[in-house]
Design a protein around this ligand. Structure first.
Ligand SMILES: C[S@@+](CC[C@H](N)C(=O)[O-])C[C@H]1O[C@@H](n2cnc3c(N)ncnc32)[C@H](O)[C@@H]1O
Length: 285
């Protein structure tokens, strides 16, 4: 009689040795660097994302890979990049852009038209769908009116910690499937037949690498900030600290939009009025 060994199917199929201690080491590096929590229950996800890097380095175990990243910062960064979750889409949680267009844009577009400046920040922008959506929604489909505003002092900062998604964002080229959630009229105005976002729109956006946990080089305040679906990966102290920094970088009277399952910590919430679904107006410095 043969004895069946009760290994979890996923672990039995693994190409590389991956011990619980390996998971813990990776989770510690990711938490310390990016603030992202990777509890034990995510070990299959971690393995699935790290295994291609182990293979690319020609190694046979995750522990050998961990020894490599201790010495090799570039490889360590590639691992961190692989461990970020970059899910996004055009017009995701579109109620935020509708709110912005109704609440903020009439004043901001007037300010632009009379020579003033407007600053927007898409923090954790992933592959660019969020900042492009935001500008398309604001500028609408009157191209010549939009061109006049784009000639004004309008800048959108779009940041993410992952260099690979920023490359996609800068290229502004998407598949037909990715573009299917862009309303037809906006798509006709802002996306070419070759499925590339209009350079006029791309030029209004500065795509920059930025770790939300690290130092921020920006000096001025923003009129509105989208920081959506990234805080879900953080623990409460990290969220509260980040939210306080976001509030500090926002003009009083400016809007902060966060993801559908995210909430403001009580101290930060006291500086805002909640004016819509996960939409916050800064009312106190
Ligand atoms: C799920 S995506 C959200 C994208 C977009 N904001 C949206 O809601 O569709 C989360 C993004 O946060 C980025 N991210 C994770 N940790 C980060 C950190 N510490 N600093 C900056 N960006 C981070 C990831 O690289 C990823 O692109």
């Amino acid at each position: 009689m043969t004895l069946a060994i009760a290994l979890p199917v996923s672990a039995a199929k693994r190409e590389f040795d991956f011990a619980p201690a390996d998971h813990q080491k990776i989770a510690r590096i990711v938490y310390d660097t990016l603030g992202i929590l990777l509890p034990e229950g995510k070990s299959q996800l971690v393995y699935g994302r790290v295994a291609p890097r182990v293979r690319a380095c020609g190694l046979t175990s995750v522990s050998a890979y961990l020894a490599v990243i201790e010495q090799d910062e570039d490889e360590r960064n590639r691992m961190l990049d692989a461990l970020t979750t970059n899910h996004t889409s055009f017009f995701r949680e579109a109620h935020h852009f509708e709110d912005f267009v109704e609440r903020m844009w009439p004043t901001l577009s007037q300010r632009l038209a009379s020579g003033g400046r407007v600053r927007l920040w898409s923090a954790a922008c992933s592959s660019g769908e969020e900042p492009y959506t935001w500008l398309m929604a604001a500028l609408g489909h009157d191209r010549s009116a939009a061109q006049r505003l784009l000639k004004g002092d309008l800048r959108m900062l779009a940041t993410d910690v992952s260099p690979s998604v920023l490359e996609t964002a800068r290229a502004g080229r998407y598949s037909a499937d990715t573009l299917r959630t862009v309303p037809a009229k906006l798509r006709a105005t802002w996306v070419s037949d070759r499925l590339v976002v209009d350079p006029a729109l791309r030029e209004a956006i500065s795509f920059r690498p930025l770790n939300l946990l690290g130092p921020w080089p920006m000096k001025g305040r923003f009129d509105a900030i989208c920081c959506r679906n990234v805080m879900i990966y953080f623990d409460e102290p990290t969220k509260a600290k980040l939210q306080a920094r976001l509030a500090d970088h926002l003009e009083t009277g400016g809007m902060l939009y966060i993801g559908h399952s995210e909430r403001l910590s009580p101290e930060v919430a006291a500086r805002f009025d909640c004016v819509g679904r996960t939409a916050y107006l800064k009312v106190r410095a």
